[in-house]
Design a protein around this ligand. Sequence first.
Ligand code: UDP
Length: 323
Amino acid sequence: MKILVVGGAGYIGSHMVKMLHDLGNQVITFDNLSSGFRDAVLGGEFVQGDLADIPTIDKVFQQYQPDAVMHFASYIQVGESVQHPDKYYLNNFTNTLNLLNVMVKHDVKSFIFSSTAAVFGEPEYVPIDEAHPKAPLNPYGRSKWMVEQVLADYERAYGLKSVCLRYFNAAGADPSALLGERHEPETHLIPLVLQAISGKRPHISVFGRDYDTPDGTCIRDYIHIVDLCSAHLLALKQLTVDGVSKRFNLGNGAGFSVQEVISVAEQVTGKKVKVIDAPRRDGDPARLVADATLAKRTLGWAPVYTDLATIIKHAWAWETKVR
Ligand code: UDP
């Protein structure tokens, strides 16, 4: 297939590009490199462009005539989205509409959308299935939920079919260590812990030890990046075969606390890390765990790197790679 990967130079997008390319697909990455890296795009064509620039998107569709689009390009920092909602609604929402409108114009009907567990807001129950109420607590989550709703309207009006994949905590790295997590600034727990272990940072802060969890620290569902990408692949396959739009929650279904992540990171690396207790971070629910049964049943998705030590081992191989 010929697949346009928007945001293919970012953390998740670059792993997706590699997987698609390795499997023999024709891949075109479209990325403005605002947070991605050109050298993370390991196959296919690369076009540097911005989703605010409709004529450039149009040109890409004219030139490559993709069969399907995967859309990873978005801002992802919850705190920043509260400070600068304009930035989030413009990029994550308005610019996504630009992309969808060009798809409609060129009659491209298959769309895979990176959504998020943040569409659910404060969990009413855990594990969180697809039916859980959607009540995002911040502009980041709202921008994603708004796109999900628009997609239902675009299907009714224009026949555009989509799969929305709601990620819990994407983590780890390609086992080859050719790719890994590179955010600037880094805000995610696993890379921060590993950078503290490797000496790039002085310590790791634990944001709150007074949550209603067994060890008092927050529990999250860490899903290996390769398993996340394999779910995209299956979703795309199914969408192009049955043409039925769907929504899936993607996680391991197992939660790990911040303290467990730190302990496993110490075991995997054989090194100690300096830990500092810090206040709670605004808007962090105590426990976020996915019920991914629907994706497993419907797509035949079978995540392989489900244990935390493997996720951290792959992240560590990337972290310690000379580059
Ligand atoms: N966290 C932490 N210290 C850090 C970064 C994160 O204690 O330096 C905690 C954070 O409060 C949350 C969990 O680690 O409970 C995962 O946070 P992350 O930012 O990686 O992902 P999120 O769950 O916010 O998407």
